[in-house]
Design a protein around this ligand. Sequence first.
Ligand code: M6R
Length: 609
Amino acid sequence: MCGILGYIGGREATPLLLDGLKRLEYRGYDSSGIAVISEGKLIVRRSMGKLSQLETLIEKEPVDGKIGIGHTRWATHGRPSEMNAHPHKAGKIVVVHNGIIENYLSLKEMLMGEGHTFKSETDTEVLSHLIQRYIFKGKNFEEAVRSALEDLQGSYAIGVLSESDPGKLIAARNESPLIIGMGVDEFFIASDVPAILNHTRDVIFLDDEEMAIISRGDIKITDPKRKEVKKNIVKINWSPTQAEKGGYRHFMLKEIFEQPQAIIDTFRGRILKEKGEIYWEEINLSPRKLEPIKKIAIIACGTSWHAALIGKFMIEEFCRIPVEVDLGSEYRYRDPIVNHQTLLILISQSGETADTLASLREGKKKGASTIAISNVVGSSMVRGSDGVIYTHAGPEIGVASTKAFTTQLVALYLLTLHLGKVFNTISAEKRRMMIQELIRLPHQVEEILREESKIEEIARNYMKCNDFLYLGRGINYPIALEGALKLKEISYIHAEGYPAGEMKHGPIALVDEEMPVVVLITRDKTYRKVLGNVEEIKARKGKILAILDHRDEGMMEKVDASVFLPGTNAALTPILFTIPLQLLAYYIGVFKGTDVDQPRNLAKSVTVE
Ligand code: M6R
C-alpha cells in the first residue's frame, strides 16, 4: 500500500522520482506527489488520480533540484484528493509516508491545541507537524525526526526533507518496507526494489525502528537508542528489464507468459534428479530441526492463501503430517495452538503483507519454527523467519498475482519432496518420478499458453455475464477459488469458487441460462461425481466452460466450451489448471476495458491491516 521514493545525488531529482513512482504505482494509484528542494526552497507538486496526471502538472509547472521525495497513494485515512495526497508539508518540513499512524487523532488534538493548523484528513500530516514542533523546540533535523517517531504508534516507512537542512534526506521504517539504493555518489530510498533497479542493484534493507540520515556523500543508520548500526549491502539479482513490459500490452500478460521460465528458475539448482532429492541453500531446516515437528501451519492472504490450501493437500497426502491453513488476517485472533512442535510456513509474494507478518510474530512468540516462501529477497518476512524458500519468479508488477502463485506451488511441491524424504514417507523411486514430472511442467505450461487465442475467444463470448461460478474438487478446489478471485480483481465481475461437491448445498440456486460455470475436471476418483455436477448445471440451462486434465471428446459435445490440459501427476495439476483461468480473467478484463495491471481499489502489497 502506497509507494514512497526519495533521491539525493548529482542528478535532477524530478525525472528520477517520476520514473521510480511509475514503477511503484502498483502499490497504490489514487493520487501522487513529489517534493523537491529547489534553490533552497521546498516545492511540492501533488495531483489526484494516476501518476500521468502528476506528470502533466509537472510539465506545466516544472521543478528543478537534486534532492526530493515522492509518493503514490492508496488511501487509508482521508479520501483520494489532492489535499490528501502526499507529500505533507508543515512549516519547513515535508513528509511522505506509507503505513498507519494509529494514535494520530490524539496527536492531532494535542498539536491543534498548540496552534498547528491542518490542511488534510490524513494521519501523515500529524508527523510533519510533530517534526516541525520539535524543531521549534530547538532540536536539529535528525533529532526532531527521531523524537517525533518516538511519539508514534503504528506502522510507517517515511521520507522527510527540511528546507532548513537542504542537503539531507531522512528515512525511517517500522513495520512498513523501506530500502536504500546505494548508487555512485547518489542514494535512493524506496518501498520496493523495482523502483530503483535502473540505477543500482546494491541495496540496504532498513530494519524496524532504524533511521537513515543521508547526505550527498554519506549515509548513517541509527537504532532507536541513537546508536549507529552497520548494515550489509545486498546485491539484488533482478535485472531492470524484468520490471519492464517488454512489448506486452500489460504486465499481467507478460507475467502469465513468463511462467514456464519462472517455474524453471524456481526448481533449477534445487533438484538432484538421480537421487530424487531436493537441495536447499537457504531453507535452514535440517532433519534434526524437523524431528520434533508434529504439525504444520501454513498462513497467507489472498492468492498466496490459495497456494497454502494446495500445500495442505500436497503435504498431508505425501508426508502424512497434519497441516492447518489459516488466513493471515484471522490467525492471531483465534489464539492458535502453536508450540515448538509446530512448523509455521508463511507464504507471501511480497514478504510484506501486514497480516501474514503479524502471524509470523505470533508463531515465533509461541515457539514455532518458521519458514517464509517469498519472492522478494530481504523482505521483512524473509528476515523474520528461521528459513526461506525463495520463489524465483522475478519482479511481479501486475497487481493480480500470476507467476508468483504458480512458483509458490512449485516451492510447496519441492518442500513436500524434502519433507517426504526426511520423514521417510515418499520412496526414492517415487521422488525421482515426481521430479521427472516437475521437469516436464514448464513445457506443459507452454503448451497451454499456445491455446491463448482459444481462451481469448471464450472470454469474448462471456465477457458480458454478470456472475460466474467456479467449481473444482480436491487439490483443485482452491484453483476454483483462485480463478474466481482473478476474475473479480481484473474484470469486476462477481464470481464465486466452490468445491464442486458443495454445489447442491446452495450455489446451484444461482444457476440459470445467464450463468457460466467454469468446471475443473480431473480424471480421478471424483470424475463421475463432477460429471454429475455438469449434468445438473445443464439441466438448469447453465453455460459450462470445462477445463479438463485429459482429452475428452464426449465432454466437448456436452459443454459450451472446453480446454484440455496435458496430463501430469495430481499434485501438479493445480499449476496447469491455473493458466487458462488467468488468461480467461485477463481477456475478460481487456474486453471490458478495465485497468488490468492496476485494478480499482487494490494495491499490490497490503502492508496495513
Ligand atoms: O504479497 P502477498 O503474497 O502476501 O499478497 C497476498 C495478497 O494480497 C495477494 O495475493 C492478492 O490477493 C493478489 N491481488 C491476488 O491476485
